[in-house]
Design a protein around this ligand. Structure first.
Ligand SMILES: NC(=O)CC[C@H](N)C(=O)O
Length: 378
């Protein structure tokens, strides 16, 4: 076996985990969270909503299927660092073009393995997400790592949507991957024009809209509502994204404008929180947040329980919903809000990830609902 360099993970509460480096040498800081998904490590690492977060994967065998170019949810790896139980082993998969260690090197990820991720996860669950630091390489300095972990200011109050967002608008017409032909599909039978605010959008959201006949114009996070209205969209989509929704005042103001004009509006994750804030509710920082691919959520209208993909650390505070906002979904793990709908505008949103990638598809009916809400404008 290859000789690994040392690495350590230091948390702001003073805990230190010693392991081995499986990525590049270096030091990285961020909020340490855990994700319980058993599949989809590439999708998780490339989800822009993980910016400034160090992700612990609780599933112990990561890297078994290597990596490929198709499973990325954006053009780069966004996580600040990666924490694993097992050192990745040789991989095997027909779609793989690069082994996992090569993937970590290529994307310059600082990563630690061979630590007790169960102990770490229990700590994060009991104390809440911790700011932390990974150092990897020949000179691992524990005191410096602890100091760096404590210096990280935390995600509360941090506006990261405008940091990860695209700089110029672009058009998106690529649909879902077709396994039989091993090719991506293209938009056919265009029925709607959707403007999607990119706060850190995951590709599969755009693909699922394209599959339903939407031509998409993706716009930067700080695009004023007037510029969007000038594009004459049938509906506006508010994407997922990293950081705290509260400082994203530019997006909250734009959403308010669309609400006032009764334009069909659909939000996912950060987009859900922004819709909530625009409607007059408040958001809060959760203790550990939700990160996984098997979280039960109840649809309050139908009573159905949905197994969902999740990645968020903030939430809409249901107690603050104004009279014209109805809670449509709730987490069965902790009762927190998972969806809202306005009674006086064609606007709704979901806290989890109906686009999955990775995760189950139980909530994809919300994409159909958005398309239906645009139908009168077609
Ligand atoms: N996936 C997301 O859009 C996450 C939203 C927000 N950054 C949160 O952590 O709650």
């Amino acid at each position: 076996m290859m000789n690994r360099k040392p690495a350590l993970l230091a948390l702001a509460d003073g805990s230190v985990f010693k392991g081995v480096s499986i990525g590049v040498d270096g030091q990285t800081v961020g909020e340490v969270v855990f994700n319980t998904a058993m599949t989809g490590y590439q999708e998780i690492m490339t989800d822009p909503s993980y910016r400034r977060q160090i992700v612990t994967l609780t599933y112990p065998h990561i890297g078994n299927v290597g990596s490929n170019d198709e499973d990325a949810e954006s053009s780069e790896v966004h996580i600040s660092g990666l924490v694993l139980r097992e050192v990745p082993r040789p991989h095997s998969n027909w779609r793989s073009t690069l082994d996992f260690s090569g993937y970590l090197q290529k994307h310059r990820v600082v990563a630690i393995a061979d630590i007790d991720t169960r102990r770490l996860t229990r700590l994060l669950r009991e104390k809440g997400a911790q700011n932390g630091c990974i150092v990897a390489g020949d000179a691992v300095d524990e005191a410096a790592a602890l100091a760096a972990a404590r210096e990280f200011p935390g995600l509360k109050g941090m506006d990261l949507a405008k940091v990860v967002s695209v700089r110029e608008p672009y058009s998106y017409t690529t649909g879902s991957w077709e396994l039989e032909s091993n090719r991506e599909t293209q938009l056919k039978d265009e029925s709607f024009h959707v403007v999607a605010y990119d706060f850190g959008v995951k590709r599969n959201i755009l693909r699922m809209l394209v599959d339903r006949g939407c031509r998409i114009t993706v716009v930067p996070a700080q695009t004023p509502a007037a510029d969007v209205l000038a594009l004459k969209p049938d509906g506006v989509f508010l994407a997922n994204g990293p950081g705290d929704p509260e400082p994203c005042t530019y997006a909250i103001e734009a959403a308010r404008e669309f609400l006032a004009r009764k334009l069909p509006l659909f939000g996912i994750c950060l987009g859900h929180q922004i819709l909530g804030l625009a409607a007059g509710a408040k958001t809060l920082k959760m203790s550990t947040g939700h990160h996984g691919a098997n979280h039960p959520v109840q649809d309050m209208d139908s009573g159905r329980v949905l197994i969902t993909s999740q990645n968020h650390g903030f939430a809409v505070d249901e107690a603050t919903l104004p009279a014209n906002v109805v809670a449509t979904h709730r987490s069965l793990f902790d009762g927190s809000n998972q969806g809202i709908r306005l009674t006086d505008a064609p606007a709704f949103s979901f806290q989890g990830h109906p686009e999955a990638s990775p995760g189950p598809h139980d909530v994809d009916y919300l994409f159909d609902r958005f398309v239906q809400s645009m139908a009168p404008n077609a």
